[in-house]
Design a protein around this ligand. Structure first.
Ligand code: ATP
Ligand code: MG
Length: 646
C-alpha cells in the first residue's frame, strides 16, 4: 500500500511533475477535481521534507478559512508541519497587527468595521442620497469592487463605465458616496477588509525595513484558486515577492466566480506571459467524481460562452460509475426542502455520514427553509458561512456573557465548566435541545461555542475569549458534525459524497441581478462549481413557486440540457466540449426535440415530473388557457403555418 505520508506517493505523472518542478514560477491549469490542491500540498511537503525549503518560509494562500485549515492539516499529515496556509485576509491581518505600532504611530490596529452596509448608508445620507437596506448593500458591493480593483473614488464613474458595471444609481453619485464612506470610516477610526489588505501593501511599499523583514520571513509562495485573485490581492502578492519569483499558482478559469467583486482570471491566464520562465502543467484526470457527475459538469461548462469559455479544460473521469444525477421539480420551496431533508435522512440512515452531505444554494436567504426542514426531519446540520455565525444575536450575547464572566470566573475551574456556567446565565442549558426550527438553530450555535471550548481545554477563559475574537475577525466557524448548508460561493474547493443543488429556478440561478451576458456566464460557472463538489450522489431541484399559490417561476435556463441520461450520453466523463460543438445536424435536432418535449408549454420550465410531462405543463401552471393555441405558439411548424396563412 502507498505510504500516505510520502509526498511523492499517490500521484499521477502530471501531478508528480508539479511536485518535483524546480524552484521558480510554476502554473498549474486544470479543471475541477483534478487534484490541483492535492498536487500543491504535496509539492510544499516534498520541498520541505527534502530540505529544499524551510517550512516557516512558505506561505500558502487560499480564499476560504476552511480551505486554508484543510491545507494546513494535510501538509502536517505529510510530515511538513509549520507551513503557513492562510487566506489573503488572514495573512494581511497578521502582518498589519504585527507592525501596527510602527504603522499607526504607536497605536494599536484600528478596529475592523462590523457592518459595511450601515456605514455606507450613513455616508449616502451625508451626500444627500436616500437608500434602503438593500440599496446600501448594493452600494457596499460597488465600493468593495472599486477598492478591490484599486479604483479611487474620483475614478469610479469612468472605471465603472469601462467595466460595464451597473451601479444602483448615477455613477458620479456612487463615486461621491464612496468618497464620503472613506471619510466617515476615518472619522470613526475603523477600517474595512479591503483597508486591511491595503495597509499590508502600504506597509511594504512605504517602509523598506518592513518589506525586508516580511520578505525574509516569506520566501516561497503558493496560491490556490488563483483564477479568483483580484488586483488588490495580486498587488499584495507582488509586494511579498519583491523581485523574487518562487511562486506556484493553480487555478481553473472555468471556476472564476468572483469577477463581480473585482477578481480576474487574467492573472492566471497571462501567467506565462508575465513569467516567461514559468513551468506550466495541465492536469486532466478527474479523481473526485463519478463519470455521471463529470459528464454533467462537462455539459454545464460545455455550454459556456464568452471570453473564458475557450479556456475550459477537458476532464476525464477516473472513478467507477455511480448513480445518475437526480433532477426534481416541486410546487413550492417548503416541499422542495422537505424532500431534500427526507433524502438526506435516508442517506444518513443508509450509512453516509451527515458531514459528507451538503445542500448548496445561490443566495443565503435560501438557507432558512432548509434549516427548518432538516431540523424537522431530525437531521443535524451546520450552516457554513461564518459572517453569519458571528453575526447571530445569540452568539454575540454568548460572547458578551463570556467576556463578563472573566471578572467573576473561578481562575482555571476547567474552561468547559466556566463556559457552560457563563452560558447558563444567558439561558442556555446543555441537555435542553429544542426539537427544531429557529430555537434549535440558536441552541446549536451556542453549543458550537461549548464544543469549541471542549476542544481547547488548556486555555483560560480569557484566552478563549481572545480566540473567539480572532475567529470572529477571520470568520473561522467552529465545526459541527452535520449536513453542510452553504452558499455555492463558499463551497469552492470543497467536496462531499452527496451534494444537493437546490433552488435552481430563474431569478435565483441565474440570480435576478445577473443581467449582462457576462454576469450570466459567471452564474453558469457557479453552477459548474456546484456540480463538481459531488463525489457520488448529485441532486438538482427547483420549486415552481416560492410559497404555495405564489407567483410561478421557471426552471433555471441552465437545466433543460442537463436532463438525466443526457449527461451519461456525454460519455463516461470524456469532455463533452460537446454540447453544441461538432455535433451532427441530426444529434442537434434530437437534443432540441428532447428539450422541447420536457418543457412546460405555459412557462417553459424544463424539468417536469412524469405526471407533468403527460399534462405537458407544470402542475403549478394554469390549465385554463387555450392549450391548443399555446401548443401552436410553441411549435415552430405551427407558427410557420400560421404566418403563411396570414
Ligand atoms: P477544485 O478545482 O474543486 O479545487 P482540485 O483540482 O483542487 O479541485 P483536489 O481537491 O486536489 O482537486 O482533488 C479532488 C479529489 O481527488 C480529492 O479527494 C483528492 O484527494 C483526490 N485525488 C487527487 N489526485 C488523486 C490521485 N492521483 N489519486 C487518487 N485521488 C486523487
Ligand atoms: Mg482545489
Amino acid at each position: 500500500m502507498a505510504d500516505s505520508s510520502n509526498p511523492l506517493a499517490g500521484l499521477d505523472p502530471e501531478q508528480a511533475a508539479v511536485v518535483t518542478a524546480p524552484a521558480g514560477p510554476l502554473c498549474v491549469l486544470a479543471g475541477a477535481g483534478t487534484g490541483k490542491t492535492r498536487a500543491i500540498t504535496h509539492r510544499i511537503a516534498h520541498r520541505v521534507r527534502s530540505g529544499q525549503v524551510r517550512a516557516q518560509h512558505v506561505l500558502a494562500v487560499t480564499f476560504t478559512a476552511r480551505a486554508a485549515a484543510e491545507m494546513r492539516a494535510r501538509i502536517d499529515q505529510l510530515g511538513a508541519a509549520g507551513v503557513q496556509a492562510r487566506t489573503f485576509h488572514a495573512a494581511a491581518l497578521r502582518q498589519v497587527r504585527y507592525f501596527a505600532p510602527r504603522l499607526f504611530s504607536g497605536r494599536d490596529m484600528p478596529e475592523l468595521l462590523d457592518s459595511k452596509a450601515r456605514l455606507v448608508g450613513l455616508a449616502a445620507t451625508r451626500v444627500g442620497v436616500k437608500i434602503d437596506g438593500t440599496g446600501a448593500r448594493d452600494l457596499a458591493g460597488e465600493i468593495e469592487w472599486a477598492k478591490s480593483s484599486l479604483i479611487e473614488p474620483a475614478d469610479y464613474a469612468v472605471a465603472a463605465a469601462k467595466a460595464l458595471r451597473e451601479p444602483p444609481f448615477d455613477a458620479a453619485k456612487v463615486g461621491e458616496v464612496y468618497a464620503a464612506y472613506e471619510r466617515v470610516k476615518r472619522a470613526q477610526g475603523v477600517i474595512d477588509f479591503e483597508d486591511m489588505i491595503r495597509a499590508a501593501i502600504w506597509a511594504m511599499e512605504e517602509h523598506e525595513d518592513v518589506a525586508q523583514q516580511i520578505r525574509s520571513q516569506y520566501r516561497h509562495f503558493v496560491v490556490d484558486e488563483y483564477q479568483d485573485v483580484n488586483p488588490m490581492q495580486q498587488r499584495l502578492l507582488e509586494s511579498w515577492l519583491g523581485d523574487r519569483d518562487d511562486l506556484t499558482v493553480v487555478g481553473d478559469a472555468s471556476q472564476t466566480i468572483y469577477s463581480f467583486t473585482g477578481a480576474s482570471a487574467s492573472y492566471l491566464v497571462d501567467f506565462k506571459r508575465r513569467h516567461p520562465a514559468a513551468t506550466v502543467v495541465r492536469l486532466i484526470r478527474d479523481y473526485r467524481s463519478t463519470p455521471q457527475v463529470v459528464g454533467l459538469a462537462n455539459t454545464v461548462i460545455g455550454q459556456a460562452r464568452g471570453e473564458l469559455a475557450r479556456l475550459r479544460l477537458e476532464l476525464i473521469g477516473q472513478r467507477p460509475a455511480g448513480p445518475e444525477p437526480v433532477m426534481r421539480s416541486f410546487p413550492d420551496e417548503a416541499q422542495e426542502a422537505a424532500a431534500v431533508a427526507a433524502r438526506c435522512g435516508e442517506l444518513v440512515a443508509a450509512g453516509t455520514p451527515a458531514e459528507e452531505i451538503a445542500v448548496l444554494f445561490r443566495v443565503n436567504a435560501q438557507s432558512e427553509v432548509y434549516q427548518e426542514a432538516l431540523a424537522e426531519a431530525g437531521v443535524p446540520y451546520v450552516v457554513h458561512g461564518a459572517e453569519r455565525f458571528f453575526e447571530r444575536v445569540e452568539v454575540r450575547q454568548a460572547m458578551i456573557a463570556l467576556r463578563a464572566a472573566t471578572r467573576s470566573a473561578d481562575a482555571d475551574a476547567p474552561l468547559t465548566e466556566s463556559v457552560a456556567r457563563a452560558l447558563e446565565g444567558v439561558g442556555w442549558r446543555p441537555g435542553d435541545t429544542p426539537a427544531g426550527g429557529a430555537a434549535r438553530e440558536r441552541w446549536e450555535a451556542v453549543a458550537a461555542l461549548v464544543a469549541l471550548a471542549e476542544s481547547m481545554p488548556a486555555l483560560t477563559l480569557e484566552a478563549f475569549n481572545e480566540e473567539l475574537a480572532r475567529r470572529a475577525t477571520l470568520q473561522h466557524v467552529p465545526t459541527v458534525a452535520g449536513v453542510t448548508l452553504s452558499s455555492l460561493h463558499s463551497a469552492k474547493g470543497l467536496e462531499w459524497d452527496a451534494v444537493f443543488l437546490v433552488g435552481l429556478a430563474e431569478g435565483t440561478m441565474p440570480v435576478i441581478h445577473a443581467r449582462t451576458p457576462d454576469a450570466v456566464e459567471e452564474e453558469r460557472r457557479l453552477l459548474y462549481v456546484g456540480v463538481t463538489r459531488a463525489r457520488h450522489t448529485l441532486w438538482l431541484s427547483y420549486a415552481g413557486a416560492r410559497a404555495p399559490g405564489g407567483r410561478p417561476r421557471r426552471a433555471s435556463r441552465f437545466l433543460p440540457m442537463l436532463e438525466p441520461g443526457r449527461a451519461a450520453q456525454q460519455g463516461s466523463g470524456r469532455h463533452a466540449g460537446a454540447a453544441g460543438r461538432g455535433l451532427g445536424k441530426a444529434e442537434v435536432a434530437a437534443r432540441v426535440r428532447r428539450t422541447v418535449a420536457v418543457s412546460c408549454r405555459v412557462c417553459g420550465a424544463g424539468l417536469l415530473s412524469g405526471a407533468e410531462r403527460k399534462l405537458g405543463r407544470c402542475a403549478g401552471c394554469p390549465a385554463d388557457r387555450d392549450e391548443e393555441l399555446l401548443a401552436r405558439l410553441l411549435d415552430w411548424r405551427a407558427r410557420l403555418a400560421a404566418v403563411q396563412k396570414v
